[in-house]
Design a protein around this ligand. Structure first.
Ligand SMILES: [Ca+2]
Length: 223
């Protein structure tokens, strides 16, 4: 993990280089050209004014859902979330609700995935100490405290989730932890979607949330 994060940092600051010599986790080396890296826009959610039901700049969401996710700041207090960002000053919060609606954010990839290719990326997840919001089904303000999971989907538009690329474990920790996703895409997807879901399909619906920050570039890797 440590080597992987170092790799992503080096790739990020060296994007002007045509070819980079990198060291992967098993200590073997490989050449990574700049066209092997997909840079998401506003990947740490620093652009766009924070607010509840507010999308960060360059991000979209499927409008079939109730509302957009929330854009929190280290100094904001939306829904009584008082967490500090993992990177910079802002981060995203997404909820699942007992009315069976879930939140998501999507971005059109600056370069489409290539079918049959393996990619690797990292991001940070946490749960706030509390997130107090109105529950439509219970008709009162409650703590959305149930731990939930993050899914990453590949698709061709913001409401079309074609391939599940990654699914996290249940996020039940209040410190930021970095997760790594490694996946092979089965089509030339043009949109990436980060979506939350219930951690226990046999025991839903429920009210829960997680926080997301600091998404790395997406790097093409060999198997
Ligand atoms: Ca951030």
């Amino acid at each position: 993990m440590r080597n992987f994060l170092c790799l992503l940092f080096l790739l990020y600051i060296s994007s002007s280089c045509q070819n980079l010599k990198i060291q992967n986790s098993d200590a073997s080396s490989q050449e990574v050209s700049s066209d092997s890296i997909i840079y998401l826009k506003n990947s740490s959610f620093e652009k766009g004014k924070h607010g509840h039901s507010t999308l960060p700049r360059n991000w979209f969401h499927c409008k079939d859902q109730n509302s957009p996710p929330d854009l929190h700041s280290s100094h904001s207090n939306y829904f009584e979330v008082r967490s500090a960002a993992m990177d910079g000053d802002q981060f995203v919060g997404m909820v699942v609700r007992s009315d069976r609606t879930v939140e998501n954010i999507s971005q059109q990839l600056p370069r489409a995935f290539q079918k049959g290719t393996m990619y690797e990326m990292a991001f940070s997840l946490a749960q706030a100490k509390k997130l107090m919001s109105a529950s439509r089904t219970e008709r009162k303000v409650i703590n959305f405290k149930t731990p939930i999971i993050l899914q990453i989907w590949g698709g061709f538009n913001y409401c079309e989730n074609n391939q599940l690329l990654y699914e996290s474990t249940e996020i039940n920790h209040q410190d930021w932890q970095t997760y790594k996703a490694k996946f092979i895409v089965d089509d030339n997807y043009e949109v990436i979607t980060f979506k939350v879901d219930y951690s226990d399909k046999d025991n839903f619906p429920c009210n829960g949330h997680l926080l997301l920050d600091n998404i790395s570039p997406i790097v093409r890797v060999s198997e």
